[in-house]
Write a protein that binds this ligand. Structure first.
Ligand code: GLU
Length: 312
């Protein structure tokens, strides 16, 4: 195998590249997710790396029957073929269980319900989850049963997690203040996204996470979990939230991308163009093959421009 080309921003200790796209099958892929999918695919291809697809159907209550198949069919129609088999989180629960057992000393059963946590008025984490006041940290109150499993975060002062995002730059969070002890297993019995994503990225050897900026605030919790589990932290690139000409978030527009057979290249080119990512002349799109051939180096140029801007 030849040494993969890791591109101008890969850093001195760059090794082989494994990227991934990890959609939740809660409905048809919306335009914001598709931009993240294309960005993760372009980054992997530009770096000569592998690109994996993982269906994040761990929240079985929110999974919509047929949605995963629809997403996979769309990726296929767009010429985005995964290297290796697609994995499904709903079939990997034993891995999440094993990870939770490995860090058992840092977890505790929590008997609080949603309303009780919201009533504590500590406010909300950036992702909308209520900040946990630590009520059950030192044991369940008399007569309370376990509802969820929580992970203890370090006390203020030792709770800082920082990382460098390839687009957003340095991101710092204080876990005690900004999230509090967070849930690993939910009251409905499903493993939480934060645990599943960390276990899967590590188990699949993912070196580079490229995803939407809505997950920027989750990343410090994921890095904290990686350190506890003793697994490597991947590089992260969070794609800015994409808006349409009217300033609406593309992630709010479900089904915004109508792809018809024979028209795939123009559709994906138009999407990435409207997202301001490629600076491609849409006329160039032509066939899907031609689109990808033009888009991969265009992505590399974009990375170079961003690196230049960061240095300036
Ligand atoms: N499954 C998540 C979503 O569709 C993405 C998770 C990730 O990329 O880490 O929003």
């Amino acid at each position: 195998m030849s040494t993969p080309y890791l591109g101008p921003d890969a850093g001195p200790d760059a090794g082989p590249y494994i990227g991934r796209f990890a959609p939740s099958p809660t409905g048809p892929l919306h335009a914001g997710s598709l931009v993240a999918a294309v960005a993760s695919y372009l980054d992997a291809r530009f770096h000569g790396g592998a690109w994996l697809v993982r269906i994040e159907d761990i929240d079985e209550g929110r999974s919509v029957p047929g949605a995963a198949e629809g997403i996979l069919a769309l990726l296929d129609a767009l010429g985005m073929h995964a290297d290796g088999e697609v994995v499904w989180q709903s079939r990997r629960k034993h891995l999440y269980q094993a990870a939770a057992e490995q860090i058992e000393a840092s977890t505790y059963p929590c008997g609080c319900n949603r309303r009780e946590i919201a009533d504590s008025r500590l406010g909300f984490a950036p992702d909308g989850a209520a900040i946990y006041p630590g009520t059950c940290r030192y044991g369940l109150a008399q007569g309370r049963g376990m509802r969820s499993l929580r992970l203890r975060v370090p006390d203020a002062g030792n709770d800082t997690v920082s990382f460098t995002d390839r687009f957003a730059g340095t991101v710092t969070q204080h876990l005690a203040r900004d999230s509090g002890d967070f849930v690993l297993k939910r009251a409905d019995g499903f493993w939480a996204y934060q645990l599943a994503v960390v276990v899967d990225d590590a188990e699949q050897g993912v070196t580079d996470v490229v995803r939407g900026a809505d997950l920027l605030d989750s990343t410090p919790r994921q890095i904290f979990l990686q350190r506890l589990l003793g697994v490597p932290t991947p590089r992260y690139l969070h794609v800015p939230v994409v808006r349409n000409a009217d300033g609406e978030k593309l992630s709010k527009q479900t089904g915004a991308l109508a792809v018809t057979a024979g028209d795939e290249a123009a559709a994906v080119a138009a999407l990435m163009q409207s997202a301001g990512f490629l600076g491609l002349d849409m006329e160039q799109a032509g066939s899907l093959d031609a689109f990808w051939r033009a888009a991969i180096p265009a992505w590399g140029k974009l990375l170079e421009r961003r690196a230049g801007a960061a240095l300036a």
